[in-house]
Write a protein that binds this ligand. Structure first.
Ligand SMILES: Nc1ncnc2c1ncn2[C@@H]1O[C@H](COP(=O)(O)OP(=O)(O)OP(=O)(O)O)[C@@H](O)[C@H]1O
Ligand SMILES: [Mg+2]
Length: 354
């Protein structure tokens, strides 16, 4: 006797070729029905013109035909925009108004720098802000926020539940894998704990009332993004790139991943746009080429939120634990980061009104 669950189980290993994630996990397989030897289901894509749709359908058919007793597989292909998506039940966090992810396709493009400075800048403007470091492989937010020696305490809340008390600096509450995991523990062991830790960071932290919870994501389109998007309703995501053309493809993959998960991409941030030498501040050098962020934003039809120059004090501030928006608020990079923070806040409020 054929069962729906068996169909989902054989489909589980079939991946979206771009995102390299299971179609079942991405909630792209719906309405599985079995009638005699015919199995039918709906494949839900983000765009009806998906260039890879034929391949995906073929992979699905092949997988389902492995089941004994199946003769015909009928796949109906539909598309849903992120706004139309019907999503698995997601549980908001009491007291947190908006959750915003800072993500990128590539590593080392400046996500953590952007996340930390956007968080501090929003706090400077009077908002209540939290920062969740979701990077288990390289949790460097504690250092950048001047909290490398901080310890998080477990306390009992009013309901008698144990909760983590976040660390705090520059007006920002923060938790990080860096506080919980022994730095000598092999990274390979952290992977399977990811889902649990991210949920703990959302629901078992004494965040209190927050206007914004900024999430610093690890690079790529991995499990942290998936876990986050499936756990809580998010107000949006910003994707960080450098001007190099190679990043376009990564940014596109990042955008698609969030769309697939029903998360609105608020825009692209171009980092390391041009180099300002410390001794010749009037000069700009396009080290990584120019216009990549704008081109990416145009091609993906999302706004370019701003361009941040490459300046020595940004890195020094990160290493020293003094974010550039605190150390040199009048520097070109701090001004760009503050503008980006304001734009993100604006776009979140507009999205909330729609
Ligand atoms: N605009 C900038 N000017 C100067 N240095 C920068 C700038 N942006 C980032 N950096 C430096 O580049 C390095 C990488 O930045 P960061 O750690 O923010 O990137 P990331 O995308 O979070 O990296 P990962 O993928 O490893 O998490 C850091 O040393 C940071 O201080
Ligand atoms: Mg980082």
């Amino acid at each position: 006797m054929l069962e729906t669950q068996a169909v989902l189980d054989v489909l589980r290993p079939v991946q979206d070729p771009e995102l390299q994630k299971s179609l079942v996990e991405l909630n792209m397989i719906r309405n599985v029905e079995i009638q005699g030897s015919t199995v039918s289901f709906t494949l839900v894509l983000t765009t009806p013109a998906c260039p890879l749709r034929e391949f995906i359908v073929e992979d699905c058919e092949k997988a389902v035909k492995q089941l004994p007793g199946v003769e015909t597989v009928a796949v109906e292909v539909t598309a849903e925009t992120p706004q139309q998506k019907s999503l698995p039940d997601r549980q908001g966090v009491t007291g947190i108004k908006n959750i915003l992810a800072i993500s990128s396709g590539k590593g080392g493009v400046g996500k953590s720098t952007v996340a930390v400075n956007v968080a501090v800048s929003l706090a400077q403007s009077g908002a209540k802000v939290g920062l969740l470091d979701a990077d288990i492989y390289g949790p460097n937010v504690p250092t950048m926020l001047g909290l490398s020696d901080a310890k998080v305490m477990v306390q009992k809340n009013d309901q008698g539940e144990e909760v983590l008390e976040p660390a705090f600096n520059y007006g920002v509450k923060m938790v990080s894998m860096g506080f919980l995991i022994d730095p000598d523990q092999p990274v390979i062991w952290r992977g399977p704990m990811l889902n649990g830790i991210i949920r703990q960071f959302l629901y078992q932290v004494d965040w209190g009332e927050l206007d914004y919870l900024i999430v610093d994501m690890p690079p790529g389109t991995g499990d942290a993004q998936l876990t986050m998007a499936q756990a809580v309703p998010m107000s949006g995501a910003a994707i960080v790139t450098t001007p190099q053309n190679v990043s376009l493809q990564d940014a596109r993959r990042g955008l698609k991943m969030f769309e697939q998960l029903g998360v609105n991409v608020l825009g692209i941030v171009e980092n390391m746009s041009y180099f300002i030498p410390p001794d010749q501040p009037e000069k700009n050098y396009d080290i990584f080429g120019s216009g990549g962020g704008e081109k990416t934003a145009n091609e993906l039809s999302v706004p370019l939120l701003g361009c941040i120059p490459l300046e020595l004090p940004v890195r020094e501030g990160g290493d020293r634990g003094t974010p550039i928006v605190v150390a040199y608020p009048d520097s070109p990079s701090a001004i760009a980061l503050t503008k980006i923070a304001r734009q993100l806040a604006g776009k979140i409020s507009v999205a909330a009104l729609v």
